[in-house]
Design a protein. Sequence first.
Length: 252
Amino acid sequence: MTAQASLEERADALEQKMSDELDVLLSKSALFNMADGVLGASGMGFDLTTKAGKYFLMTDDPRLPKMPDRPTLLDFFKYRSKGTNHLLQSANLALKSGMPEKTVLACLLHDVANAIFIKSDHGYWGAQLIEPYVDEEVSWAIRAHQAVRFFPDESVGYKYPEMYVKHFGKEYVPDQYIQDAYKAARNHKWYMTARMITVHDLYAFDPNVVVTFEPFIDIIGRHFRQPAEGLGNDNSPVAHFWRTIRRPTKYL
């Protein structure tokens, strides 16, 4: 491939290489490609199966760990996540601080979207992912922390994170919808639950400290309504989110 090949051409070539190594055809969604600066879905076409002698992927992606037929929340953390140490350390700090169990669960799940789904607006996505399965206070707090974290609160010793200055620059100002969401949250009855997420959100967590899910299994059992059919199989309003995370490259 020449040095002048476009980003889209390089992406197509990599995609073709991956498909060639498997016995199925892989496609990528428009959202997947936008992360690489490319518009539109790729690896699609009515004649591809004829040309390649393969079918499009409609089941599990063989490159990803196999999930149980009735996956639980912990299964998604085990088989579809990376970077859970931050969540575990935040929840562990909340547990050691004597926070209520619902607050501990909120800390454990506050960045669930980061871990298994998408980073942009992760507080909103994370809240929506778990909304049918937790107390309303928990999902509300996770949604609100998306905005609350950008604003200090001296009453609980929360300062604007230095990490944000490093990541976004001193002149960064949150988008207007974030400012509006903060103002609304500030006067809400569950404001302090959201604030406690930010207080226990370790922006400089120690990567050498390892915390397991073991201390939180009972808390999850008491406060997360795990569907017997498995997440993604329960026909909840967000079941399709969980199915997509389970099978992110399914053709349709």
